[in-house]
Ligand binder design. Structure first.
Ligand code: GDP
Ligand code: IMO
Ligand code: MG
Length: 417
């Protein structure tokens, strides 16, 4: 039976998933998003042009691939319509699950109000409404994409929801939508998206049954997973490979290879513990050289060293068979490169990820730097020190590094096997 391959982020997001999905998409018939929403920002650089994708799967530049937005996604119709406009020939190349949940403008307002009320305990969300949209799904008061096909009923249901929750929304300063405006918006969404809405689970099953190649594109990263990440400083979805099954409606035994994406160092946006963060000169060097500013919000990303303890954990959680190591070129020119190989936790040195990373201190091993890896396309073109670094990371993380990326460009990629 044909199996579907999965790509997941192994750190705190922004590992470079977009580049690898685009690179591999040339060989796949379907590229499917299974979780997250427009909090994601996946960058692709192809033929000198840069694309920032949020909800559209990163297979979109492969004209032969069908792009699937699965049921595990929370979809903002307004943002999705805007994003689709970049691609003139999208008709017939994208489908949206009727079971994906709707993320509507009031979800963003609730997200921002909650963050404001939390003050210094704020999560540092993207403010896009992700938590409230998934919250409504789980508390069974959400609305699904399929409901857009009957705008009048959906409008009535949303107005009723606001009537019931008025005291809560008043306290947060979230206004009740104007019914006539809301109805007009929902009709616009139906007009723009109606033809793409379908049962995507059947689409994926049919593809697998007819031997087509299916790639499942994760969003965010393992350390932002709702169960396995640094809760509560996480996103609201299952970001690990297991989420691909529920987020598309396929069984675990139909998962093939799991490719994990990791930067050659580490970044995080938003608040929460980050043991290997470097608040000094090296952190600044990585931020400037790596252009570490968010694709979705433009916020500076916090930067630090590769965390091999968290990576070993992520490899096991996701069942990673192969790692793609990204942005190796950003380390070019450093005399020394540190890797976090252990944690100091409650007075002991440990080599696993505990219940909380609060107060955990990194134990580092130092590697010798190198001058230039940028643009390398063959493993043997890399400096010896870079090869030693890569091979040491493989041992520390317990997985093979099969792909190495040496610039944002699609072609500056080393395939080792
Ligand atoms: P994603 O969310 O995992 O898809 O990653 P983002 O697109 O948010 O962030 C990764 C950034 O790194 C993007 O700006 C990419 O163009 C860039 N990038 C990807 N691979 C490389 C690489 O090997 N070297 C450099 N210098 N930049 C890269
Ligand atoms: P991609 O797919 C990096 C982070 C936010 C915040 C936390 C919760 O591009 O890797 P949310 O808006 O989801 O409720 O915010 O999660 N976050 C990301 N960080 N990359 C992402 O996506 C992210 N999506 C959410 O910064 O800390
Ligand atoms: Mg990103």
């Amino acid at each position: 039976m044909q199996k579907a391959d999965v790509i997941v982020g192994l750190q705190w997001g922004d590992e470079g998933k977009g580049k690898i999905v685009d690179h591999l998409a040339q060989e796949y018939d379907l590229v499917c998003r299974f979780a997250g929403g427009h909090n994601a920002g996946h960058t692709i650089v192809a033929d000198g042009k840069k694309y920032a994708l949020h909800l559209v799967p990163s297979g979109v530049l492969n004209k032969r691939a069908l792009n699937v937005v699965g049921n595990g996604v929370v979809l903002s119709p307004k943002d999705f319509i805007k994003e689709l406009k970049q691609f003139e020939d999208i008709k017939g190349r994208i489908v949206i699950s009727d079971k994906a949940h709707l993320l509507l403008p009031y979800h963003a307002k609730i997200d921002q109000a909650r963050e404001r009320l939390k003050g210094d305990k704020a999560i540092g969300t993207t403010g896009k409404g992700i938590g409230p949209a998934y919250g409504d799904k789980i508390t069974r008061v959400g609305h699904r994409v399929g409901e857009l096909l009957n705008p009048q009923k959906l409008c009535d249901d949303i107005m009723n929801y606001f009537a019931i929750n008025k005291p809560v929304f008043d306290a947060m300063g979230v206004e009740t939508p104007d019914a006539a405006k809301l109805l007009a918006e929902l009709k616009e969404y139906k007009e723009a998206l109606g033809e793409y809405i379908t049962d995507t689970t059947l689409v994926v099953w049919d593809a697998l049954d007819s031997g087509k190649r299916v790639l499942l594109e994760g969003a965010q990263g393992t350390m932002l997973d709702i169960d396995h990440g640094t809760y509560p400083y996480v996103t609201s979805s299952t970001t690990v490979s297991a989420g691909a099954c529920s987020g598309l409606g396929i069984a675990p035994h139909t998962i093939g290879e799991v490719v994990g994406i990791a930067k050659a160092y580490c970044t995080r946006v938003g608040n929460g513990p980050f043991p290997s963060e470097d608040l000094g000169e090296d952190g600044n060097y990585l931020r400037e050289k790596g252009h570490e500013f968010g694709t979705t919000t433009g916020r500076p990303r916090r930067c630090g060293w590769f965390d091999a303890v968290a990576m070993k954990h992520a490899v096991r959680l996701n069942g990673v068979s192969n790692i793609s190591l990204m942005k190796l070129d950003v380390l070019d020119g450093l005399d020394e490169i540190k890797v976090c190989v252990g944690y100091e936790f409650e007075g002991k040195e440990i080599d696993y990820v505990p219940y909380t990373l609060d107060g955990v201190k990194p134990v580092y091993k130092t590697f010798k730097g190198w001058q230039q890896s940028k643009g390398a396309r063959e493993y043997d073109a890399l400096p010896q020190e870079a090869k030693e670094y890569i091979e040491a990371l493989e041992k520390l993380c317990g997985a093979k590094i099969g792909i190495i990326s040496t610039s944002p460009d699609r072609d500056d990629t080393i395939i080792r096997d």
